[in-house]
Design a protein around this ligand. Structure first.
Ligand code: SAH
Length: 204
């Protein structure tokens, strides 16, 4: 997976590649989907949600350039796969999921794999998690109709936010950087994520 799907398609960040070598993706996929764990595609998980394709996860992590001293916020815990990668890359990870059952099983999975730097929260991540802000990096792994203002407000100076923005069935990745207190956005690749459902996302 790392060689043929990531290196060959241009992922260069050695810390991201090493993290993707280390995190056992099959542990985040249920028994009947095990054969799909390392395929070049998303994998269905519980609650009608999906574990993203390896390449898109790597591309998002590369673009937000997480440093070992960073505090990171993830919106959309899902299986916890990307959460584990963030725990490999950052000092502290906060992750929010709206489905309590997904959050609980992701938390159990990460603890059994030995990750102790992650705090799991159940709630509407479109509003961020102001009580622990600011964040050096914020990763949204669900699609929003526009960049959520609450998330931009919770970025630290020099902070990076990556979020898929667009319609329910097709989006583009937006990278927002905060420099001298001002946020500026860059539009990156097209993508397709499940919807971010919440106050600054799509209605239920
Ligand atoms: N990164 C995940 C992919 C999860 S799919 C993984 O590696 O498995 C996106 C997730 O976002 C889903 O689990 C969905 O329930 C969750 N989600 C959607 N809207 C949300 C919101 N407003 N707050 C928190 N989580 C949300």
């Amino acid at each position: 997976m790392v060689q043929s799907q990531l290196r060959q398609r241009g992922i260069r960040d050695e810390r991201v590649l090493a993290a993707m070598e280390r995190v056992p993706r099959h542990e985040f996929v249920r028994a009947d989907k095990q054969h799909e764990a390392y395929e070049d595609q998303p994998v269905a998980i519980e609650a009608c949600q999906t574990l993203s394709q390896p390449y898109i996860v790597a591309a998002m992590l590369e673009v937000i350039a997480v440093r070992a001293t960073d505090t990171v916020l993830e919106i959309g815990t899902g299986s916890g796969y990307q959460t584990a990668l963030l725990a490999e890359l950052a000092q502290k990870v906060y992750t929010i999921e709206r489905h309590a059952a997904l959050s609980t099983s992701a938390e159990e999975r990460l603890l059994s794999l030995g990750y102790t730097s992650v705090t799991f929260v159940v709630g509407d991540g479109s509003l961020g998690l102001p009580q622990h802000a600011p964040y050096d990096a914020i990763v949204v792994s669900a699609a929003a109709p526009r960049v959520p203002e609450s998330l931009v407000a919770q970025l630290a100076e020099g902070g990076r936010l990556i979020v898929p923005v667009g319609h329910a069935d097709s989006q583009q990745l937006e990278l927002v950087r905060k420099i001298d207190g001002k946020a500026s956005a860059t539009t990156l690749d097209g993508c397709r994520f499940v919807p971010l459902i919440g106050r600054e996302g799509f209605p239920e």
